[in-house]
Design a protein around this ligand. Structure first.
Ligand code: GUN
Length: 308
């Protein structure tokens, strides 16, 4: 029997918990605020930002949105972030990636006030994560930790293979899995585009986390019986559908399911969890910045592990 993890159902439960936290902040006169900044006309980025804003509305988090022409000078983005850093109604700031080529991506990440960096991408927050006392765990890896917890999969002592080394998913995922902390203690192998013989690594794994951005890169022949498969990929591939495309993961679902004890679908697996953990980080940012203690917030975190 294979368990197909329902990221929407898990998200719904966490968002209920977060709802009570938002109420407590409201009792203290605080409305959490998340600012989204979009400097792109990429359709997928527009969709992601729209979904994040809708999730805020549904939870009672104030959503502030700034859109910048992708051809505008980079300074327009830096001035926007600077104003949001100073805005007391804004507790979290997210600049949707990727930004245009003429904008220095690393400078963008450095420009966000670390205490409002709900993505967890500022070098100070990356450093804290690596050092083992994260302020904000990056949303997708944190959502994966939470899914594993709910599925009863403890990474401790397992061989985990992370496929992909992005700053957004692969690297922070590795850092969470190797922490001497609940939800960590795994032995981790990182595979990427220059890895020789990917299957030789994935076949040894108890947990495979596929986050490479290649459609159906991992299939059942590359997995061992009973493996836990987490699929982070969201790839648009041409298809004879109304939209002209369909979404597929980095895992070939049907053949992988034959081998897996636990697997996440695409869509409806990791995706909703990313947004849920963004809401969690925003509520937490508001609680910390406004110095309002909120009970029950730790329940929303993976293994109840809040830090910072
Ligand atoms: N682009 C793709 N994923 C993300 C994310 O989690 N945060 C931001 N800011 N941009 C992204």
């Amino acid at each position: 029997m294979t368990t197909v993890l329902d990221g929407n159902a898990v998200s719904e439960q966490i968002r209920e918990t977060l709802g009570s936290c938002v109420d407590q902040l409201g009792d203290a006169g605080v409305t959490p605020g998340l600012a989204t900044v979009l400097m792109s006309d990429d359709a997928a980025s527009e969709t992601y930002v729209r979904m994040k804003r809708r999730a805020c509305d549904e939870l009672g988090v104030e959503s502030v949105h700034r859109e910048i022409d992708p051809d505008a000078p980079a300074d327009e983005l830096f001035e926007t972030v600077s104003a949001l850093n100073e805005d007391p109604a804004v507790h979290g700031i997210l600049v949707q990636m990727p930004v245009p080529d003429h904008v220095d991506r690393r400078r963008v990440l450095r420009s966000i006030a670390p205490a409002k960096d709900v993505d967890g991408f500022h070098p100070e927050n990356v450093g804290r994560l690596v050092a083992g006392h994260p302020r904000f765990k990056p949303c997708t890896p944190h959502g994966i930790q939470k899914l594993l917890e709910v599925a009863g999969v403890d990474p401790e002592g397992t061989d985990a293979v992370v496929v992909g080394r992005s700053d957004i998913v692969g690297k922070p995922m590795v850092n969470l899995l190797i922490q001497k902390a609940p939800g960590g203690n795994a032995t981790v192998t990182v595979c990427h585009s220059r890895t020789d013989d990917l299957a030789s690594h994935t076949r040894r794994a108890d947990i495979v986390i596929a986050a490479a951005g290649y459609p159906e890169l991992v299939d059942g022949s590359m997995l061992s019986e009973g493996v836990v498969v987490i699929d982070v990929g969201v790839n648009r591939v041409d298809a004879d559908t109304e939209k002209g495309y369909e979404l597929v993961g980095d895992v070939e679902f049907d053949s992988a399911r034959e081998k897996a004890s636990v697997i996440t679908p695409v869509p409806g697996g990791v995706g909703p969890m990313t947004i849920t953990m963004l809401l969690y980080n925003t509520v937490r940012a508001a609680s910390m910045l406004e110095d309002v203690e909120v009970s029950g917030l730790a329940e929303a975190a993976a293994w109840g592990d809040e830090d910072g």
